[in-house]
Design a protein around this ligand. Structure first.
Ligand code: NAD
Length: 517
């Protein structure tokens, strides 16, 4: 059990599978959050000053620490989530991969840019874009990947040269505290801190940090956006989803069934980019449904110790169980059929992996984010109907298309209103840090990663112009205005920007003189 020096009230952390109390953390006040941000501000300038290479050293030491402490990290993560052991091991591996990418490349990504001037007139200057980190980035995370989710955004922000204050979910704060323990144990500069608490603690982070990186529900994201607008601080929101999978008639149906089963049931469906709706072309509907039902019914569900025995564990808490049950019950009451699953197992928050058939587009299981182990399947006449229904959602996080024809897959992908589309796969974009991960519509604003963009987003850009030629006492366009000289400058601007004979139309420039000779 992890016991942090607790101010009252403390938050109890429980294993949702067993109900066991596995730790307590303080519910930190707004004053404590403000103090943490002040402290981070003191140390950030030095962190920025050591440069990307200096920061790389510390980040790679953290990576070593994560690798060396993987089993302990998985134990803590499992204790607060009831995930299968295999799932619990994913977070440390993911963090390791991400650290390697951003620690090694941040120097290149953050190097000054020297863009070419857009016009011959501007060639008298050397142009420089400088990337200067926001002093303190606030990262607020949900509970579904208690270690990976913080790492996704903390690591690029630290690599950018910002100090980071992390507020993990009150449901799963222990893994984030492990990350902070690792940072302290390697002796790194105190530019990364964790505060614990619920929504009020998160709101205090939003009230004090210079940039907010939020991952969580759309409802909370909107509150955070409003608070950021009030303070005029930038924010990036990674929100909910209702990801469609489109299975076309020419698909490899075995791969599609196994892929959709994995995409829908991984982490009990508690993944922002879980498959939450399936559209299947009519000619293969029956065959696909049979294969999908078999694949889902075969999943092994239960609670793992250190040995990996199960594919699916429990839901994060009773609130999640209630949402999943409601979506199924409402669908069944309106005429849907349960092909497999449909109820809780009776152990903790474990809920049977469920396939729903005969659903329609008015049902909550199709319209609202479930964030649980349900796969509603819809039969469609053709590709066009699949695209239309897939786009008929308030969300647009990601999607998958299953087809033997890659060109067709790409064609469908381009028509889907989503931040990512994986062809014949699920989650593949999540493992490619060179790509941006962001949602369209109600699924978010901004994106994480995307190679250089992933660290540059945590920086303010500064433009510097430096004369390349010896400078005269005055520029042509300075006071006092002298129209002949001004005409030369304006004519040159016109020549650079206009097209055809208008480029050299000095009569037009003369008109600017207002008739003066
Ligand atoms: P949530 O919105 O309830 O909470 C997320 C975090 O915000 C928690 O740390 C919470 O304490 C904090 N918070 C709550 N109110 C706040 C406020 N007013 N100001 C500041 N912080 C506040 O979400 P959740 O239930 O923890 O997570 C599930 C949601 O996260 C799902 O909707 C899921 O789709 C989404 N999610 C999105 C992504 C993505 O990358 N797009 C990834 C994972 C999860």
């Amino acid at each position: 059990m992890t016991d942090i020096e607790a101010e009252t009230p403390a938050i109890e952390v429980r294993n949702p599978g067993t109900g066991d109390l596995v730790g307590t953390v303080p519910d930190q006040s707004a004053a404590e959050v403000a103090a943490a941000v002040r402290e981070l501000r003191l140390f950030q300038p030095e962190w920025e000053a050591i440069g990307a290479d200096g920061r790389k050293e510390w980040l790679m030491k953290l990576q070593d620490w994560i690798i060396d402490n993987t089993e302990q990290l998985a134990d803590v993560l499992q204790s607060e989530t009831s995930k299968p052991r295999a799932d619990a091991l994913i977070d440390p591996a993911f963090a390791t991969d991400l650290i390697g990418f951003y620690a090694r490349r941040a120097g290149k990504f953050l190097a000054d840019d020297h863009p070419s001037p857009h016009s011959p007139l501007a060639r008298v200057k050397r142009l420089t874009t400088v990337y200067s980190p926001y002093p303190v980035v606030g990262v607020i995370t949900p509970w579904n990947f208690p270690l990976a989710m913080p790492a996704l955004d903390v690591i690029p922000a630290l690599a950018a040269g910002a100090a980071v204050l992390l507020k993990p979910s009150e449901v799963t704060p222990l893994s984030a505290l492990e990350l902070a323990r690792g940072w302290a144990e390697i002796g790194a500069p105190p530019v990364f801190a964790v505060v614990t608490g619920g929504g009020a603690t998160g709101a205090a982070v939003v009230a004090n940090a210079d940039y907010i990186q939020f991952t969580g529900s759309t409802a909370t994201g909107k509150k955070i956006a409003a608070a950021c607008v009030e303070r005029l601080v930038p924010y990036s929101l990674e929100l909910g989803g209702k990801d469609p999978a489109i299975v076309l008639a020419d698909a490899d149906l075995d791969r599609a069934a196994h892929g959709v089963a994995f995409g829908g049931m991984f982490n009990s469906g508690q993944v922002c980019i879980s498959v939450e709706r399936v559209y299947v072309e009519a000619p293969v509907y029956d065959e696909f449904v049979a294969k999908l039902t078999d694949a889902v019914a075969a999943l092994r569900q239960g609670l793992d110790g250190r040995e990996s025995k199960h594919d699916v564990g429990g839901l994060a808490n009773e609130a999640q169980v209630a949402i999943v049950q409601r979506h199924i019950d409402e669908a069944v009451a309106a005429g849907a059929r349960v092909a497999t699953g449909g109820k809780r197992t009776g152990q903790g928050t474990l809920f049977q992996p469920t396939v729903l058939l005969d659903v329609d587009h008015s049902m909550a299981c199709i319209r609202e984010e479930t964030f649980g182990p349900t796969l509603p399947v819809v039969e469609v006449a053709d590709e066009a109907e699949a695209i239309r229904l897939a786009n008929d959602s308030q969300y647009g996080l990601s999607a998958s298309v299953w087809t033997a024809d890659k060109a067709r897959g790409e064609r469908v992908a381009r028509q889907l209103n989503a931040g990512a589309v994986n062809i014949n796969d699920v989650f593949a974009n999540l493992f490619n840090f060179a790509l941006p991960m962001g949602g369209w519509k109600q699924s978010g604003i901004g994106a994480r990663w995307g190679g250089a963009a992933g660290v540059r987003k945590y920086c303010r850009q500064k433009a510097i112009t430096t004369p390349l030629l010896p400078t005269a006492q005055k520029e042509l366009t300075w006071f006092p205005y002298q129209m002949p000289k001004l005409m030369v400058a304006l004519g040159a601007m016109r020549a650079a920007g206009a097209r055809g004979k208008r480029r050299f139309d000095l009569a037009g420039v003369r008109k600017i003189q207002g008739g003066s000779k």
